[in-house]
Design a protein around this ligand. Structure first.
Ligand code: ME8
Length: 521
């Protein structure tokens, strides 16, 4: 087994009733950045994403499209896999719940919960939302003027009466409350933990976990006609990917329990209440954290297919290039809060931080070195207080950024890096190497060296978020592949003088707000 520490991060598995949009890209991006960060920080990482392909909702969508469910799933799942490629996601696995290994894992988990005495047979009558794949109690619903009822999510509910197996969720109220007390980071951000606590304090009813009125799902072992509730099926994907039910497998022993299940706030209850209860019932270790992030709106409006305002990530990448999209999504909005997507804010943010602050800093510094130092990095002379202050700030960045990343505070991590990019810009303006060129060439060399060294570290730290641009910067500095990890940060990894510096080409182009179909990328 590896001696490195391990890290397991998961995205929700996405329903194949819908094609991927910016919300899906956002969640998986956050996980991708965590996975890349941890790999660079020396961890053995597993990063999982995939598609949730069973249930009534998918069965209905397939029927609506006039194809059999499996062909329908194959088609839409391929779109999610294409999104992973387009977004440069570094997922180690892409799981599909229609895979045999998954069906085996779900049936095994079910049996284990049943054997422990937490599943019983009865009949369900109550409200169900196919769109949310969720049961609701009467008190959670509101009445529409036309007499129909709606769930808190806004989706329509229907009355369901059928034989069903139940999971004894009510038996886990105290243990769940104890979990939230003793492990307060189990649900983040803390405002979400409070929501979960008050839901659980309000009392838990047993959960209907099988359906008999459709067939597209995993059969309940030994109970003809019963299909497992899609959420038991879906949540188990996190175990399947580790090799479960083979608890002796290398991946299970290395990666379970997961470090972070990243989800949107809409599906927190399933992950923070049902999932730990299922695992407690099965006697399996619990994940360390469920992080529920906020919701994106489009220019102030809720994103919905019916409004026709769905933001297509493929089109956005096409318009602006990938790295700006990745940067904007994680920098603009405090992670955890809701955010509004506006193209004007996008262009402003990317031009200010990427094109101007980091892009120009690199462009002018490396151009000056190429032109004025014979195309090679100069050796620094004696360092002044200003030089040392800037280098100390940059050398100390990882210690500031790492705790932010460990709390999924991407905006703070990026803010801390870009504060130092700002300090480097202030430094170069004050030191004015373009003036020193005429008065003190040796001092000019020192200033350019110091800035080049800060760019090296900014590029290493920016790799998780803007991998292509960061690699281009590291290429410009002629940094070996083996010297791009976080162990190369700080004074120990200082640039060696004399390395060739070619004429740089712009790494972060300036973006234009698109007019008459003009493209940036
Ligand atoms: O819920 N803003 O799948 P799903 C931010 N299959 N994030 C958004 C978003 C938006 N406007 N819209 C969607 C399911 N998301 C289940 C999950 S997991 C065991 C099963 C993201 O396709 C966000 O992560 O409806 C949300 O939780 C997820 O997509 C819902 O994806």
């Amino acid at each position: 087994m590896s001696t490195r520490p391990s890290y397991y991060v998961t995205t929700p598995i996405y329903y194949v009733n819908d094609v991927p949009h910016i919300g899906h890209a956002y969640t998986t991006l956050a996980c991708d950045v965590l996975a890349r960060f941890k790999r660079l920080d020396g961890y053995d990482v597993m990063f999982l994403t995939g598609t949730d392909e069973h249930g009534q909702k998918v069965e209905k969508s397939a029927a609506g499209a006039g194809v059999d469910p499996q062909s329908f799933c194959d088609r839409v799942s391929a779109r999610f896999q294409a999104l992973a490629t387009a977004m440069n996601f570094s997922n180690d696995q892409f799981i599909r719940t229609t895979e045999d290994r998954h069906k085996r894992a779900v049936q095994h988990l079910w049996q284990r919960i049943a054997d422990a005495g937490y599943i019983y047979e009865s009949a369900y009558s109550g409200w169900y939302s196919v769109s949310d794949e969720a049961f609701y109690s009467e008190k959670e619903l509101t009445d529409r003027a036309d007499g129909t009822k709606v769930a808190p999510s806004g989706s329509t509910v229907e009355w369901v009466e059928e034989p069903s197996f139940f999971f004894k969720l009510s038996a886990f109220q105290d243990r769940l409350l104890e979990l939230y007390e003793t492990q307060p980071d189990f649900v983040m951000p803390s405002s979400r933990l409070n929501e979960v606590k008050s839901f659980v304090r309000g009392g838990l009813e047993d959960l209907s976990v099988s359906r008999t009125t459709f067939t597209w799902g995993v059969p309940v072992p030994g109970a003809d006609g019963h299909i497992m509730y899609v959420w038991i099926d879906a949540l188990t994907n996190y175990l399947t990917a580790t090799g479960y039910p083979d608890e002796g497998s290398k991946d299970y022993r290395t990666f379970w329990p997961a470090d972070v299940h990243m989800v949107g706030k809409d599906i927190l209850r399933f992950h923070a209440v049902y999932w730990p209860a299922f695992l407690m019932a099965a006697g399996l270790p619990l994940p360390r954290r469920v992080f529920a992030h906020g919701w994106w709106t489009n220019e102030g409006e809720k994103i919905s297919k019916s409004k026709g305002n769905v933001i297509d990530p493929f089109a956005l990448i096409d318009d602006f290039g990938l790295d700006p999209v990745r940067y904007f999504l994680l920098r603009e909005v405090p992670f955890g809060n809701d955010g509004d997507f506006s193209r004007a804010a996008f262009v402003n943010r990317c031009n200010a931080d990427l094109a101007n602050d980091l892009g120009n800093l690199a462009q002018r510094t490396l151009s000056m070195i190429h032109k004025n130092c014979n195309g090679a990095l100069p050796a620094p002379g004696d360092l002044t207080d200003a030089d040392r202050e800037l280098l100390d700030g940059v050398d100390g960045l990882l210690d500031i950024v790492r705790p932010h990343m460990d709390r999924q505070a991407f905006h703070k991590a990026l803010g801390a890096i870009w504060d130092q990019v700002g300090a480097a810009n202030t430094y170069i303006s004050e030191q004015a190497p373009w003036t020193l060129k005429k008065t003190d060439a040796e001092r000019m060399s020192t200033v350019l060296y110091v800035v080049a060294e800060t760019i090296r570290q900014f590029a290493i730290l920016a790799q998780p978020v803007t991998p292509d641009a960061a690699a281009a910067l590291l290429d410009l500095l002629d940094i070996d592949a083996g010297a791009r990890g976080f162990d190369a940060l700080g004074a120990g990894g200082r640039l060696a003088a004399g390395r060739p510096i070619v004429k740089p080409s712009g790494v972060f182009p300036r973006l234009e707000l698109e007019t008459d179909g003009e493209k940036n990328a």
